[in-house]
Design a protein around this ligand. Structure first.
Ligand code: NAP
Length: 251
């Protein structure tokens, strides 16, 4: 039987690249995003061209009932979930200095990026343990997990929290043979960065990154594909930076 992978935030950007790569690798993909089937029709068609049995389940990960529906659907249809890729995430609607940032924006970011991901992981892990399946969980965080951007502090805090959640689940799930990894993307060309592409390209031209280009979603997909293949069986809680070398301090 083919291996299965849930991928959240699969309809666009990084999640789309991850889901198509895993489908090409031979996984049955249970893809999720908030968009309904009609809105996601082009994406679903592309996924099914590669992997006809793969499915799309409209899901808002900040909703408990939607999270349960996603995971229960995967188990009902395929009997197991081998890989969970927690990719769904949002940026603040408006970039605001932390002296101005609203509680509403903080709630939105934490509800989706941190709490939604945490409780989806918790529910999936419990079902994996019950069904004696599950090989890896991959959390897509960000360079913002350790980089202070004072005009989107709520995003940074949500990703720093998710970095700790990765370590917590890595420790808790090791006895069940489920490895948990964190992928930290740098600056990746997607809808999320579309409004600030010119700013980032200028910084890159001025020497921000050792590898002097913006990343593309496929850069992240290759890393997830490697982790999902089981290439690091004796590593868990590991952070993989996919950032053109941004994390290296230089002098
Ligand atoms: P994107 O282009 O904005 O795509 C986000 C995806 O997540 C979409 O499929 C979106 O679809 C889905 N999504 C958003 N909110 C959701 C929710 N509540 N429940 C379920 N799905 C939801 O973003 P991206 O750049 O590909 O980012 C993907 C991940 O990488 C995010 O976690 C982001 O924080 C992280 N990241 C991105 C960059 C970058 O430079 N682009 C850098 C570091 C980290 P719907 O709108 O239909 O729900």
């Amino acid at each position: 039987m083919k291996k299965t992978a849930i991928v959240t935030g699969a309809s666009r950007g990084i999640g789309k690249a991850i889901s198509l790569k895993l489908a090409a690798d031979g996984f049955t993909v249970i893809a999720a995003a908030r968009a309904d089937e009609e809105k996601a029709a082009d994406y679903i068609a592309e996924l099914k061209t590669i992997s006809p049995e793969s499915i799309y389940v409209p899901t808002d990960i900040s909703s408990e009932s939607a999270r349960k529906n996603l995971v229960d659907t995967a188990f009902e249809k395929f009997g197991k979930v081998d890989i969970l890729v927690n990719n769904a995430g949002v940026a603040p609607l408006v970039r605001q200095d932390i002296l101005e940032m609203t509680e509403e924006s903080m709630d939105r970011l934490l509800d989706i990026n941190l709490k939604g991901t945490f409780f989806l992981t918790q529910y999936t892990a419990n079902r994996m343990i019950e069904a004696k399946c599950g090989e890896a969980i991959v959390n897509v965080t960000s360079m913002s997990a350790y980089t202070a951007s004072i005009n989107r502090g709520e995003y940074c805090i949500s990703k720093a929290g998710l970095a700790m959640a990765t370590e917590l689940f890595a420790v808790r799930l090791a006895e069940y043979g489920i490895n948990v990894y964190e992928i930290r993307p740098g600056i990746i060309r997607t809808d999320m960065t579309a409004a600030v592409t010119a700013k980032y390209e200028k910084l890159i031209a001025e020497g921000l990154l050792p590898i002097a280009r913006m990343g593309v979603p496929e850069d992240i997909a290759k890393a997830v594909s490697a982790l999902a293949s089981g290439v690091l069986p004796y590593s868990t809680g590991e952070v993989i930076n996919i950032d053109g070398g941004f994390h290296i301090r230089t002098l």
